[in-house]
Design a protein around this ligand. Structure first.
Ligand SMILES: Nc1ncnc2c1ncn2[C@@H]1O[C@H](COP(=O)(O)OP(=O)(O)O)[C@@H](O)[C@H]1O
Ligand SMILES: O=P(O)(O)O[C@H]1O[C@H](CO)[C@@H](O[C@H]2O[C@H](CO)[C@@H](O)[C@H](O)[C@H]2O)[C@H](O)[C@H]1O
Length: 484
């Protein structure tokens, strides 16, 4: 069922005026260091089964130089301010204190408005409105994740921790062999997409297809909500959020790698296993979401080279430090255009890095199939070279050494930790993919990877310049190395 975001209530404009002060402090707000024009696109009222709060999902258009995005801002409204401030808040605010979830008040008599994400009333209402198996969860004890995220995720414990999410007739439609589900204890994680894009969100559709196909290394989607909203004079539709199995006790692959790099402990065994899981993912994607028309190999090489050139034009326009690499980038692109036997394109992850890999119960799980958040939506679901995902993972080893050992010493020491991890990941990937639908190693694997790593490092330079300027040196050093 698709819900319509077509109504526009007088309080929406009042709430949007409050958001002008609140949004700029949110990590996911796309306008940085400039004034944004905010307008209400519309809203959707969800019914809280307990009737404790008014639950409204607002769609807000944010415009600034270079930015024009529709943002999702779920809010809850209550006449009683204390109740609204007592729930779990991202910053752990104490009752009576305005925490980061507190937005302000509107109307007379006043209704107190807070960030809905993490508010049990919103979570209850969302669970009632969504489609999918939706296991029983304990909305009162949910916890909002903080940190470097493009969206907002909330961990919601199971209302009956022994209960398996497979129960119920709807669940059987999404059922599959045991895997990630064994590691969840019934808890779930709700990911609320902040920047909305028209069309089916790959972060919902791809894991659903993979799980249905029996691939066990992806947390299975358990619920999703779709809406329709006006954009450029017509109605578009897209996903608003997805609820997935929560992998209990999981360690983020990037944090794990940083800690091991810091201790000088080899990541090779974990990398080899990860390479084999990535190969399995590519085989599963190729069979669950088959693509047609592979095109000619020489056209694929030319397109890969052109993509690097386009990425460089975009990135060097935004990161002045990249200007000096024009000749080196062009030389690498020209070599790439001459490659032969590039494998056929297929559906891929699109933004694979160690932070999208979770390690739990001696297994790897892959998350976040949304593609690169800075890329246009059409590009995120386009069939592409599977090696692009491998290149993304390889870039992560570079980040893990730099961050794990300290940015100040990055690039000055012994590279063997990253070299070993890199070789092991590639070995695991090639070994597991030879003969599978995912492809195996192409004759020019190292050449293609060099071009794709450069492409990713250029993307990362823009990402870091916008979000973490202190880390910009990591991709810049990689660009210098790759074209040097
Ligand atoms: N199914 C899951 N089980 C456990 N942790 C998860 C799961 N999905 C995501 N996470 C964790 O939640 C955080 C945010 O998830 P992610 O999908 O990467 O969001 P974003 O797109 O906002 O960066 C990450 O730290 C990730 O490790
Ligand atoms: O996880 P997201 O989908 O939001 O991806 C974006 O943010 C990532 C950082 O959180 C960024 O990844 C880069 O930093 C990682 C370390 O934090 C590193 O492991 C990756 O290799 C590096 O690309 C990603 O590029 C961006 O799209």
């Amino acid at each position: 069922m698709t819900m319509a975001v077509t109504d526009h209530e007088p309080t929406d404009d009042e709430v949007v005026r409050l958001l002008a002060d609140w949004l700029p402090d949110r990590r996911w707000f796309p306008v940085k260091g400039a004034d944004a024009r905010l307008t209400a696109v519309g809203g959707l009222t969800l019914a809280d089964p307990r009737g404790e709060a008014r639950v409204r999902i607002l769609l807000v258009r944010a415009e600034a130089p270079g930015v024009d995005t529709v943002l999702q801002v779920p809010v809850t409204m209550r006449p009683d301010r204390t109740a609204a401030d007592d729930g779990p808040t991202p910053g752990g605010a104490r009752p009576g204190q305005a925490g980061p979830a507190w937005i302000g008040s509107v109307g007379s008599p006043p209704m107190h408005v807070r960030d809905g994400v993490g508010d049990p009333a919103f979570l209850r209402a969302w669970m009632s409105a969504a489609e999918g198996p939706r296991p029983p969860v304990d909305a009162e004890h949910a916890r909002v994740l903080t940190g470097e995220q493009s969206n907002t995720s909330v961990i919601i414990p199971a209302s009956d921790p022994a209960g398996a999410p497979d129960e119920g007739p709807a669940a059987s439609a999404e059922s599959r062999p045991p895997g990630a589900g064994d590691a969840t204890h019934g808890a779930a994680i709700l990911k609320v997409f902040r920047a909305l894009a028209p069309g089916d969100n790959p972060d919902v559709d791809v894991p659903r297809a993979l799980a249905r196909g029996g691939w066990v290394h992806v947390p299975r989607p358990l619920g999703w909500l779709e809406a329709q909203w006006p954009e450029d004079g017509s109605l578009v539709h897209g996903h608003l959020a997805v609820l997935s199995e929560f992998v209990d006790g999981a360690q983020d692959g990037f944090e794990l790698a940083c800690a091991m790099a810091e201790r000088g402990e080899s990541f090779a065994d974990l990398a080899r296993d990860l390479g084999s899981v990535v190969a399995g993912m590519h085989a599963a994607l190729a069979s669950a979401l088959p693509t047609t028309d592979p095109g000619r190999a020489d056209e694929r090489a030319a397109a890969t080279a052109d993509a690097v050139r386009a990425r460089y034009r975009w990135a060097s326009g935004l990161v002045p430090e990249l200007a000096q690499y024009a000749d080196g980038v062009e030389a690498l692109a020209a070599r790439t255009a001459r490659l032969t036997d590039l494998p056929a394109p297929q559906r891929i992850h699109g933004d694979l890095h160690l932070g999208q890999a979770l390690r739990a119960h001696d297994e790897w799980f892959v998350t976040d199939f949304e593609g690169e958040p800075l890329a246009p939506v059409a590009a995120r679901t386009r069939p592409d070279l599977a090696l692009r995902d491998v290149a993304g993972m390889l870039r992560s080893f570079d980040y893990a050494t730099a961050v794990g050992r300290g940015l100040e010493t990055a690039g000055t020491g012994d590279d063997s930790w990253a070299d070993d991890a890199r070789a092991a990941l590639l070995a695991g990937y090639v070994e597991a993919s030879s003969g599978s639908a995912g492809g195996g190693a192409a004759p020019h694997t190292e050449d293609v990877l060099r071009a794709l790593e450069l492409d990713k490092a250029l993307y990362e330079a823009v990402y870091e310049a916008r979000n973490r300027p202190a880390w910009l040196s990591i991709p810049l050093r990689a660009v210098a190395r790759l074209v040097g």
